[in-house]
Design a protein around this ligand. Sequence first.
Ligand code: PGA
Ligand code: ZN
Length: 429
Amino acid sequence: MATIASVTADWVLDSRAVPTVEATVTLSDGRYAFAQAPSGASTGVHESLELRDTHSRRFSGRGVLGAVASVRQEISVALTGMDATDQIALDQRLVSLDGTEDRSHLGANAMVAVSAACARAGALVNETPLWAHLAGSRKATLPLPMVNLFSGNLHARGGMTIQDVLVVPFAAPDLVTSIEWVHDIYHAAKELLAGRGASTLVGDEGGFGAPSSSSEECIALACDAIALAGREAGAEVGIALDVAATHMIQSDGNYVLDGVSMSSAQLVATMARWQTDYPIVSIEDPLAEDDWDGWQLAAIAFKTGVQLLGDDLLCTHLDRLERAASLGCANAVLVKANQIGTLSEALAVADRSRELGMRAVVSARSGETEDDWLADLAVASGAGQIKVGSVARSERLAKYNRLLRIARGADSPRWSGSNGFGNAALGVR
Ligand code: PGA
Ligand code: ZN
């Protein structure tokens, strides 16, 4: 059995031209595997920390030489000689070596790159696809994509204040068809924008920069794009929102939505109205990361069946997931491996959400690379949903194209299907 002979790392640039960590694991038989760390912009305060060279003027203080040093020194020594196929033991070793709550010693960017590179090395040794290696005894599935169409706020400045309007092709019969539908909707949206004389430039996740400073108008335009693509909004394709309200809250606890200041209750009422007017199947971060009371209001006011998805609220942390479940404030968790640190911990959050009767959506970050391990993680988790941005920009396509390859493979896992979103979208316009 090949064991880990060494681990090294260096910096590469991500999709926003910001340095990130690439880790390489070399096996005792000479084979090697590497992986790259993603990086968020719309980050939550409860996320594990990226180690950045804030003291240095190089890369405006965003260099990752400290994280690279973590890998080359401490991590390499700690993992050398370990069984490359035992992902849980490898990740536990990383966690105990770090020894902090917020992963500030090694850096979550160093940890996630090493964790993913180890997984690839383990898959090599086992001669299995990465998704099958990570799945272990889990029931892997081909996830339903939640695809970015319009972006605002931290992902594309200048338009609406909610962060993303997305489409969910929930009635597609299989993954390949779901991507075809999304292609049609994306290009229909481009046509609509061009027809209005609006910009068709894309934001960090490949979605079009929001064509209006009214979030509601962007939602309506997404419905028009679905119709122009020949699909029925509500019956075949739903709308998802990432409100990212953590970035809309003011110091007085009020939120500013498209220039209008409002309380949690007013914001919740606005979004509840959107749910009666548009075929919304999922709302992410409708309230800020610590507005637990607001989240409870949302859980009461939102339409039954609508996915109430916690990103900044939960930060892929088990303790926050447990709290949300006991308060009944979210019914789904966004899973981002670098919000916690390792792939095993991210998978554990998805597993626990299932036990709690919640859903999970495995997600990329707005800063990504050409690496595609996220697609395998989503399949392995059995979560049934994936969110990696739009069907543009190669760092996004790397994941979609990997999903297509997995779907076309000999032992392709089953399609997760609609996730019950048909019911959530029923009875709307
Ligand atoms: P981030 O945003 O990667 O910039 O944090 C993605 C999201 O909010 O879902
Ligand atoms: Zn989010």
